[in-house]
Design a protein around this ligand. Structure first.
Ligand code: ZN
Length: 316
């Protein structure tokens, strides 16, 4: 954890394109087109629903234009046919090290941004990012969930766990909550060093392994189980990264409702945004900013949703 970043998800939106300027976007788009031209056999129709429904951009999600531009369709690279039960770093580098990424954004193919149509309720997810200024614990938020018996999936980063060992054990021991992986150093998951919100991403397949597996081991040491889901810092991923996640045995998690804008929204805005959730939505908020508007806004929203007969569920 020596290379921790001083910034986290909560970078003001005007900075959010710093690492993603038109130059890089143009380059990536050109790369996408070049790949498409070079591989006519891969000019297939869009991926079938089984590989991830074609999702609308999440409400209030920044940079959805980038996602749209790069959401260019065919993705011929699947998860390796027979990944070993416990792939090594060398195997990941060997298998994925030379694959070109064709997508960069919040909804790479295979990312769970919405639950299947028959989902019984709303999935609330909370990131605990850690790092300087991001290692708080929002006890009021957790109390709200417990008092109302609302299940939730908690994405814990290694840095946050290191700063909050007692809270981590308390959360992991509560069957109301499923604990999931929010990365080791809180980096966007890229095979080429793409940045999101000014945070540099991983630079290659080996660094993706390093971002996932150490924290997987930390979480397994606490819960006794391998985590089922992974959401990288900033939630940005490329399509090779999601394939690597599949080989490593974790599912990439996105979101359909940005509930607290990286813990920057006021309580009123959190209440309004989370209040839009319906069955099947995956809501992202944060549990590491006790002085923000998330806890109060979430309390208002869930009380309204419960009164309207909505229910809540873990991720599938
Ligand atoms: Zn985070």
């Amino acid at each position: 954890m020596g290379k921790e970043l001083a910034v986290e998800l909560h970078v003001p939106r005007h900075l959010s394109r710093a690492g993603n300027g038109p130059g890089r976007r143009a380059v990536l788009l050109a790369a996408v087109l070049a790949v498409s031209a070079a591989m006519p056999d891969r000019q297939q129709p869009p991926r079938p629903a089984a590989q991830g429904p074609d999702l609308p951009a999440p409400d209030s999600a920044p940079d959805s234009a980038v996602s749209t531009i790069l959401h260019s369709g065919p993705d011929g690279d699947a998860v390796a046919a027979n990944p070993p039960a416990a792939p090594s770093r060398a195997w990941v580098v060997d298998t994925y090290g030379k694959r070109p990424a064709r997508y960069w954004g919040l909804e790479a193919p295979g990312v769970l941004a919405r639950m299947p149509p028959a989902a019984p309720g709303i999935a609330l997810t909370f990131d605990f990012c850690g790092g300087p200024g991001g290692s708080g614990f929002d006890q009021a938020l957790v109390d709200t969930l417990r008092q109302r018996r609302i299940p939730a999936t908690l994405f814990l980063n290694s840095r946050w766990i290191a700063a909050n060992p007692a809270a981590t054990h308390q959360l992991a021991a509560d069957p109301l909550f499923e604990v999931a992986n929010h990365g080791t150093s809180h980096k966007p998951l890229s095979t080429t060093g793409n940045a999101a919100y000014g945070i540099p991403g991983t630079r290659n397949a080996g660094e993706i392994y390093d971002e996932v597996m150490p924290n997987n081991d930390v979480l397994e040491g606490i819960t006794g189980k391998r985590p089922r889901y992974f959401r990288p810092g900033t939630a940005y991923m490329d399509d090779v990264a999601t394939d690597i996640l599949g080989a490593l045995g974790v599912k990439p998690a996105g979101f359909s409702i940005n509930g607290d804008g990286g813990a920057t929204f006021s309580a009123a805005v959190v209440a309004r945004e989370v209040g839009k959730a319906r069955a099947g939505d995956v809501v992202i908020c944060h549990g590491n900013h006790p002085n923000g508007g998330t806890a109060e806004g979430l309390r208002q929203a869930v009380d309204k949703l419960l009164a309207a007969g909505m229910s809540f569920t873990h991720l599938p």
